[in-house]
Design a protein around this ligand. Structure first.
Ligand code: ADP
Ligand code: MG
Length: 635
């Protein structure tokens, strides 16, 4: 009789891999998401790096580093090859794995996981690959037989619902004596082939999508979890058996529903989403920090379910999807912080040398059509978006634009992957490879030309640059990322204009987000000194409050004063947008900045923290305190 054995690494490697690999995927810029025509606020810097404009100081950017960065031009196939395919062989050796797509609604999670018929995503590719691996093993006749099966479920409002058996009730999550996670009652459908998978998966997905429109876009608030199980049984004695599980998860949107003003959601639903994602972030954080203590798997259904497939000896990949438009700014920022928290965050000021208007339109790119093998997919909408993306940003960093050997490797891998398909498709692909190489060359030349121009111009500013030479921590050949002037009120039709190079002020080495980040561990004195340093730099030390603004407090009762300050601090930390706007001298913009700060840094520890917000100078801060304290005292 078959009996279970402890999960064993076998030939696939015995290293315990509790770390979660983190990839970030930036979807292409979409005009329709950017009504004000502000351009992108985030862009790639290389195969692992990206930068985002610093909301506190638009002349700076914050730079992050991840295991992998997938630029806007990355194809579905490249995402699969780099981030998912390498972990699949482990499933056939009794190990578990999980791939999950994280990020705000609209940033491309479903595109990454599910994709479309023309651009299939991780799920269809991974399932196909599992069958390919199983077939290869069976051909080898290694004395084992394999069976593949699937379950498909959704976690909505902390309820586990079976998508293969619609109408089922909330299912329990259990753990057996070997610490395997089980869901009694969950439909498990045996699969013989990929076609078989499609037959079950597509209707279930469609059910979910249809339900979602009826239920106020429920799909963006639930976690869709596909489980592929591979059971490997020894044909002869001692009839050992190993089970490998692969979880493919399209997570709920990570946007803060309170902040986005999603009025329709009931409190409970919003809380439940936050609970699962919040716990997931704690779990990933604990795993990546090499936690010796408790990993809080049990704090939410999602993490409980993924417990044996996330961390430990499992192979886990998180693909954080982000969008480049400004309307996603804070969600992108918090998604990046979630993804990068436990990694080495490169969070240094980006000191620019020149400001160069975006001029490069790198021409047609070999994109997803490679994957479709030039299958006659309608090009209109997609290519329009693609072109706009190209136009709107400086030369995007994507695999095809970095003329190093990895580009060729990827393209060759792509070619290899397509070997099994029709000859026509192969030829198309080869053509695309050649075309891509040509484009790389063109881009290189264009880039060189721009650099020469920039260098010439820079010579005139050598003196300024010299002074801050030491501050140049992170140089890049890319022109700086800057927010475009809103074009909302301007006439729609605009010609692409090549504006001359402008030299921006070279910023001294300072980053208030970093230097002045409030820390409980800093003593007050130190904190004061730091704040002063920052203010001095931001304001050139000239923005000092007038004398009567300094002494006004001395006339007031100190207990009352303290009470008022506390009340203001409380509003700053827990007030809604409306509450914040009800404060004196706080308008819509400042209220939003305060909410953004709170979201990123947590509570304000003292009122003085307000000065770390863009535009709140010491003078304004003093006026703010005075106005609010006096108004709260009814004076
Ligand atoms: P989410 O699931 O995170 O809410 P979607 O996957 O539905 O986001 O993506 C939102 C829109 O953006 C869809 O129209 C999708 O086709 C498009 N999209 C997302 N990522 C990409 C990409 N990498 N390339 C092209 N289009 C994309
Ligand atoms: Mg989605």
């Amino acid at each position: 009789m078959a009996h279970r054995v402890a999960v064993n690494d076998g030939a696939a490697g015995s290293k315990r891999t509790s770390r979660v690999r983190v990839a970030v995927r930036l979807r292409p810029y979409m005009d329709k998401q950017d009504e004000k025509g502000e351009g992108p606020c985030v862009r790639g810097l290389g195969p692992q790096k990206l930068e985002i404009i610093n909301w506190r100081n638009a002349t700076e950017t914050l730079q992050y580093q991840f295991d992998v960065f997938h630029g806007e031009q990355t194809t579905q196939q490249e995402v699969f090859l780099t981030s998912v395919k390498p972990i699949l062989p482990h499933i056939l050796n009794g190990q578990n794995a999980s791939v999950f797509a994280y990020g705000p609604t609209g940033a491309g999670k479903t595109h990454t996981m599910l994709g479309s018929q023309e651009q299939p995503g991780v799920i269809p590719r991974a399932v196909k690959e599992v069958f390919k691996l199983v077939d290869a093993q069976e051909k080898e006749q290694d004395g084992w037989e394999y069976s593949v099966g699937m379950s498909y479920l959704e976690i909505y409002n902390e309820k586990v619902l079976d998508l293969l058996s619609p109408g089922s009730q909330d299912l329990p999550i259990r753990e057996d004596k070997d610490r395997n996670i089980l869901i009694p009652g969950l439909t498990h459908t045996p699969l013989l082939s990929f076609t078989d998978f499609d037959t079950h998966f597509i209707p279930a997905s469609l059910n979910r999508t249809t339900a979602s429109t009826k239920l106020n876009q429920r799909s963006s608030r639930s976690h869709a979890i596909l489980l592929i199980k591979v059971v490997k049984s020894q044909r002869g004695p001692p009839h050992r058996q190993q089970t490998g599980k692969l979880y493919l998860v399209d997570l709920a949107g990570s946007e803060d529903n309170r902040r986005t003003g999603n009025q329709g959601i009931r409190l409970k639903e919003s809380g439940a989403i936050n609970l699962s994602l919040f716990t997931l972030s704690k779990v990933v954080d604990a795993l990546n920090a090499g936690a010796v203590g408790r990993v809080p798997y049990r704090d939410s259904k999602l993490t409980r379910l993924l417990q044996d497939s996330l961390g430990g000896s499992a192979h886990s990949v998180m693909i954080t999807n982000i969008a480049p438009e400004y309307i996603y700014y804070f969600d992108t920022f918090s998604a990046l912080n979630f993804a990068a928290k436990s990694k080495q965050i490169v969070n240094r000021p980006f000191v620019r040398e020149t400001v160069l208007a975006p001029t490069i339109a790198p021409g047609k790119r070999a994109r997803e059509e490679q994957e479709a093998g030039g299958s006659g997919e309608p090009q209109n909408k997609k290519s329009k978006e693609g072109k706009k993306a190209e136009r709107s940003s400086s030369p995007p960093v994507h695999p095809h634009s970095s003329p190093d050997s990895s580009v060729l490797e990827r393209l060759l891998a792509l070619e290899k992957m397509m070997m099994g398909s029709a000859e026509r498709e192969r030829l198309n692909l080869l053509k695309t490879v050649a075309q891509s190489r040509k484009e790389i060359q063109m881009l290189k030349e264009k880039q060189k030309e721009l650099e020469d121009k920039a260098n010439m111009f820079n010579k005139q500013n050598e003196t300024v640059e010299k002074e801050s030479k030491d501050a140049l921590l992170f140089k890049t050949d890319l022109p700086p990322l800057h927010r475009k002037q809103s074009t909302a009120a301007k006439p729609r039709k605009q010609q692409a204009v090549v504006t001359p190079l402008q030299v921006s002020q070279v910023q001294p080495l300072q980053q208030c987000a970093v230097v002045c980040k409030p820390s409980q561990f800093l003593d007050k004195k130190k904190k004061r000194i730091q704040t002063e340093v920052c203010e001095g730099k931001e304001n050139g030390g000239v923005d000092r409050p007038p004398a009567d603004d300094i002494n006004w407090e001395s006339h007031l009762d100190s207990a009352l004063l303290e009470q008022s300050r506390k009340k203001i601090l409380q509003t700053l930390n827990s007030g809604s947008l409306k509450d914040l706007k009800s404060l004196q001298l706080i308008g819509d913009k400042k209220a939003k900045l305060i909410m953004g700060w709170r979201e990123i840094h947590g509570d304000f520890t003292q009122l003085e923290d307000l000065k770390k917000i863009e535009g709140i100078t010491p003078k304004r801060f003093t006026s703010f305190i005075k106005a609010n304290i006096l108004s709260s005292m009814g004076k």
